[in-house]
Design a binder for this molecule. Structure first.
Ligand code: DAH
Length: 355
């Protein structure tokens, strides 16, 4: 019997060592140690042996069983760990992968995309983005911004006044520009400040280059020791980020009630060289001038600081610059959009070109 036990043990050990999965080991366990297997049967048969043989035979068979049990357990533990990691790796779902097939989720409207592009540029320069009310008062829209009582923009033919909406400087209207936020912000925040104000504005106008509603971005920076050179450097950074790294700026004297001096800002045309195309023709984008008018700007007028002097703004200590640009205008120039009305017709053939 002892010989048979030793034989079984050798064979089982070899098979266990060669097993390649926990399932294979389980089969071997049944085969060698299961109720109907030969080794347990031999163990049971020990009782029938002559008494002098029982001791050694019993010990040998018992040891063989224990050895095989331990071998199977050890090997199974190793396989289970490996198989678990393999199963986990296999089941791994990468939730960052797009669905299959990938869902098209559309894209931003060109005006939204342009607005965000401009916001990114100024955020990069340390500006904050704030928004303001579309229904304003005469005070914020005109008076506090140093508009003469006879300024033409105040005319009923130019501005949407709200019927029954107060009187005098409290009369409400649809804001004609984002500039009123200059005053509201300075009332709420002491200097230094640097922010931009994107938003909708309204004027009584309608043709290929004017719509009753359009979008502007106002900019305002106030600190001590701010000069026109700071304004030019800031706007140059903006122009280069939006229209290309080779752009130059030109400032032309202008008039706005709330800035002094005021300038209109031109960016060198990105479609041509000094007004002429590479084929020597007159550039149609800049009309041969080599320059594109992009925005109005200037140094904050001391009269504007005087309107917020109670809030820590002193015309003798503080300087600032402001600028205002039309988002539609920037998008039209940059993408060659010929008619402002395309932005609002929502014709997908137009919109999809800017995905
Ligand atoms: N508010 C002006 C407009 O709508 C644009 C503008 C010009 C804003 C000059 C400014 C500025 O802040 O400094 O025509």
């Amino acid at each position: 019997m002892i010989e048979r036990v030793t034989e079984i043990q050798k064979q089982a050990e070899a098979e266990i060592a060669a097993a390649s999965s926990s399932a294979a080991l389980e089969e071997l366990r049944v085969q060698y140690l299961g109720r109907k297997a030969e080794l347990p049967q031999l163990l049971r048969d020990v009782a029938q042996l002559p008494p002098e043989q029982r001791g050694e035979a019993g010990r040998t068979a018992n040891q063989a069983r224990q050895t095989l049990e331990v071998m199977i357990e050890t090997a199974a533990a190793r396989f289970e760990a490996d198989e678990l990691s393999a199963a986990l790796a296999d089941d791994n779902v990468d939730i960052t992968l797009p669905g299959s097939p990938a869902e098209s989720c559309g894209h931003h409207h060109l005006l939204t995309a342009t607005r965000r592009e401009i916001e990114d540029v100024f955020c990069g320069l340390g500006y904050s983005v704030v928004e303001g009310p579309e229904v304003e008062t005469v005070h914020y829209n005109f008076d506090a911004l140093n508009h003469d009582p006879a300024h033409p923009a105040r005319a009923r033919s130019d501005t949407f006044y709200i019927e029954g909406g107060g009187e005098g400087s409290e009369q409400t209207l649809l804001r004609t520009h984002t500039s009123p936020m200059q005053i509201r912000i300075m009332e709420q925040t002491p200097p230094p400040i640097a922010l931009i104000v994107p938003g909708r504005v309204f004027r009584r106008d309608s043709d290929a280059t004017h719509t009753p509603q359009f979008h502007q971005i106002e900019g305002l920076l106030v600190d001590e020791g701010v000069t026109l050179a700071d304004l030019k450097g800031t706007l140059l950074a903006f122009a280069r980020a939006i229209f290309g790294a080779d752009r130059e700026l030109r400032l032309r004297p202008h008039f706005f009630p709330f800035t002094e001096p005021s300038v209109e800002v031109d960016v060198s045309c990105f479609m041509c060289e000094k007004g002429a195309t590479s084929g020597g023709e007159r550039c149609s984008l800049c009309k041969g001038t080599g320059w594109l008018e992009v925005l109005g700007s200037g140094m904050v007028d001391p009269n504007v600081f005087a309107a917020v002097s109670e809030h820590g703004y002193d015309p003798d200590t503080h300087q600032g610059f402001a600028f205002g640009l039309g988002i539609e205008r920037i998008a039209m120039l940059k993408h060659g959009v010929p008619d402002l009305r395309f932005f609002y017709e929502n014709d997908l053939r137009f919109l999809r070109q800017f995905g």
